[in-house]
Structure formats: C-alpha cells, structure tokens
Design a protein around this ligand. Structure first.
Ligand SMILES: C[S@@+](CC[C@H](N)C(=O)[O-])C[C@H]1O[C@@H](n2cnc3c(N)ncnc32)[C@H](O)[C@@H]1O
Length: 136
C-alpha cells in the first residue's frame, strides 16, 4: 500500500497507526505520479477546488489496474445545510452528480451521499459525505 499526503505531520501521524507494509510518500498529489498501477485507489477527504480535483481523479483513473477500483469519499456540499462539522467553503465541497461525470472508462458501482456518525459535544450527530465507487 502506498499512502500520499503533502503534509509531513499527516504522514508522521499515519506512520504511527499503519502496519509496516504501508509506504508513505510526502508529495503534492497534483504532480505526483506512481511508478506502478494499483488494485485500489482511495481518494479520501481531499477537498480541492473542482478543476484541481477533477485533474487528480483523471490521473487516478490511469493508476488503476484492469478491474481496479477507484473509491472516493469526501465532504459533500449538502453538509453545509444538512450535516455536522467539516469545511464550510462551498468551492472545495464535493458534488456527486458532477463527479459521476468524471469517470471516463470506468463502470460505476455506487454513488451517493452517506451519513457519517460524529461524536460531537452535543451528542451523536451526522456529517454528510459524498461516496463514489467505480471499476475499470
Ligand atoms: C481532511 S484531511 C484527510 C486525511 C486522510 N486522507 C483521511 O481521510 O483521514 C486532508 C488531507 O489532504 C492533504 N492534502 C491536501 N491537499 C493535498 C495535495 N495537493 N497533495 C497531497 N495532500 C494534500 C492534507 O495535507 C490533509 O492531510
């Protein structure tokens, strides 16, 4: 498994929790390219402006093995009105209908908004995440 984040802090934190077979890379995903292809590419809570995110998704599709899966989960725009916490900047929140249109050459498995439980000071509340899975 290869894990990429451009934050040294995030990578250090990841290393504390991950098993030994995870290779961590400190790199900007906007210009990082792997030397191999993968069975699974996970894009998790990468909140970028739409054109930048689209570019990452386009390149991530190229990193998939045949039948490899692209799994994306991130803060959904509907969280602003109907969910708890998360970034409050609309420009970096995900929109499932738009992102479904970016899956060139992939077969959609599932796409939608899911609820994520959050233990808030007020009690158990729910955040709204965009979740998209597709297979090459
Ligand atoms: C909300 S955190 C999610 C962390 C982790 N992926 C997870 O799901 O728990 C967003 C992460 O994206 C990283 N990030 C944002 N822009 C990036 C970029 N252009 N290249 C690499 N990492 C980036 C940040 O450093 C941060 O650790």
């Amino acid at each position: 498994m290869t894990a990429v984040d451009f934050s040294e802090v995030a990578v250090a934190r990841g290393r504390q929790h991950a098993p030994d077979n995870v290779r961590f890379v400190v790199a900007d995903i906007l210009d990082w390219d792997p030397e191999q292809t993968f069975d699974l590419v996970l894009i998790a809570y990468l909140q970028l402006e739409q054109d930048l995110l689209r570019n990452v998704v386009k390149r991530a599709i190229d990193w998939l093995e045949p039948y490899g899966e692209l799994f994306m989960i991130g803060h959904d725009r509907s969280n602003l009105e109907g969910g708890y916490g998360g970034p409050q900047v609309p420009e970096i929140l995900w929109e499932v209908p738009t992102m479904k249109g970016w899956l060139d050459g992939l077969r959609l498995i599932e796409a939608g908004v899911v609820r994520r439980p959050v233990e808030a000071p007020e009690g158990l509340l729910f955040a709204r995440d965009a979740l998209i899975r597709a297979r090459r």
